[in-house]
Design a protein around this ligand. Structure first.
Ligand code: 4AD
Ligand code: MG
Length: 432
């Protein structure tokens, strides 16, 4: 008899197989027991009929506690009534690991309780679906960049630099020096682009941000492509193609997860249409001012209500172009005809999910960058390697960073970014 994963049920209809699974829930009458099982790949139903299995197996089934680990034997059948589509008609059950008083019961629990039990909460069907979407976004990211001539380069996690400002750094001792956990691999990716042309990174980044919002994590994963000999307009095309590809991949490969999450496919379909709209920062400020946001002045950064209003003015993700120089990092390319804005863009996701991409063209001029580094209060000695990139064959280049968890939150249609990562690090939470 073959051991299978229920995900492969389609290939085994009518066969008797064995599956290792946990008991998620159960209900029973006098003659029949319904086990809700999960084997890690999906949730499915196991049916135990007393007259078929005999008294002993039937009693065992009826008394299985939640999260007991079992090996079930039985015949795979189609089950058109369930989301998953297949069930197993059980003939035998072997208990592998007992479970007593599993803390997460099918009733509602508060968020703090669930967060304290994140190591167990991950087993629930919604969390399972979100992690499948996360996995698909990761898989599709590699496919997209590998198919488009990029090579993956891994920037360091322990760094001496602060690309995104010095206020939210995690500092640590590095023998007798100071080091920081990486906020962004960008500066290293710029070096890599000068070596390899088109590169991308995919790794954890850290921000000691004192933000307690539904969009902020302390530790999050970022995809950072960087492209040599490329100006901003071409980068925006790569960005929209990449995001549309992620959406399409989720639509193509995450049917079951989208069903579990009740995510409307028709809405997601709209995000596969290109191009995405673009609006300048200037016009965005004007749009907000005309629509009752009297608090916003030219020069301010947008808060989440502003981003949501701008996003709601469009049907697709929207690029906001060319922000004020004063609110953006030191490395951005100055505008050719204006000295108050830089060549950059943020991509704002629809439906109130906020910024998912931040990117820009990079300054190429040695003297300009040196001055910027000084003006931002950074130590020019620590950035001399970065300045070298402008001494030896400096070329136009551009790049961006996409936040994995914000993207997964959006595609999953869930409320909070904390559910888009297996073990979220949040303000005041590093357990479990
Ligand atoms: O806009 P950010 O700060 O841009 C950079 O770090 C650039 N160096 C990227 C680059 O050009 N290579 O961050 C990029 C993205 C944001 O758009 C957002 O999606 C995500 O990273 N992000 C966060 N996600 C979760 N929690 C946080 N605290 C985040 N901060 C940024
Ligand atoms: Mg940003």
């Amino acid at each position: 008899m073959e051991s299978i994963q229920i995900l492969d049920a389609k290939k085994h209809v009518g066969e008797t197989v064995q599956i290792g699974a946990w008991v998620a829930n159960k209900r029973s009458s006098g003659k029949i027991a319904f086990l809700q099982l999960r084997d890690g790949t999906a949730y499915f139903q196991g049916i135990v009929v007393k007259t078929e299995v005999g008294e002993e197996v039937f009693q065992l089934a009826k008394n299985l506690n939640q999260e007991t680990a079992v090996l079930v034997t039985g015949e795979i059948r189609e089950d058109s009534r369930s989301k998953f589509g297949y069930e197993i008609g059980i003939s035998g059950i072997e208990v592998v690991g007992e479970s007593h008083e599993y803390p997460i019961t099918p009733k509602e629990h508060g968020t703090d309780f669930l967060m304290d039990h994140r190591h167990l909460w991950l087993r629930s069907s919604k969390q399972h679906a979100i992690m499948q979407i996360r996995n698909e976004v990761i898989r599709a990211t590699y496919e997209f960049f590998n198919n488009n001539g990029f090579i993956k380069i891994d920037p360091p996690i322990l760094t001496g630099s602060a690309p995104e400002g010095t206020t939210d750094l995690f500092e640590t001792n590095y023998f007798d020096q100071k080091a920081y956990l990486s906020q962004s691999g960008q500066l290293y990716m710029e070096a890599a682009a000068m070596a390899f042309g088109k590169v991308f990174s995919f790794g954890p980044t850290f921000r000691a941000e004192k933000s307690k919002t539904r969009r902020h994590l302390i530790e999050f994963w970022m995809i950072e492509p960087e492209m040599a000999f490329m100006h901003q307009e071409e980068s925006l095309e790569v960005q929209e193609q990449y995001v549309a590809f992620l959406v399409q991949s989720v639509l193509d490969n995450c049917d079951y997860a989208l069903d579990v999450l009740d995510r409307d496919r028709a809405i997601l379909e709209k995000y596969t249409k290109l191009p995405f709209p673009r609006i300048s920062y200037d016009d965005a400020v004007e749009l907000l001012q005309k629509n009752g946001f009297e608090d916003i002045q030219w020069g301010d950064d947008f808060g989440s209500p502003h981003e949501t209003f701008i996003a709601n003015s469009f049907d697709q993700p929207v690029f906001i172009l060319n922000y004020p120089k004063a609110i953006k990092p030191f490395y951005m390319k100055p505008h050719p005809t204006r000295d108050d804005v830089v060549i950059c863009a943020d991509m704002i996701a629809p439906e109130g999910y906020g910024e998912i991409i931040g990117g820009s063209e990079r300054a190429t001029d040695y003297e300009f960058l040196l001055e910027q580094i000084r003006n931002h209060g950074l130590d020019e000695n620590e950035y001399s390697w970065y300045l070298d990139l402008r001494k030896y064959g400096s070329v136009p280049h551009t790049g961006f960073g996409l936040g994995l968890e914000r993207t997964v939150t959006w595609l999953s249609g869930i409320e909070h970014v904390r559910e888009a990562i297996p073990f979220p690090r949040l303000l005041n939470r590093i357990y479990p």
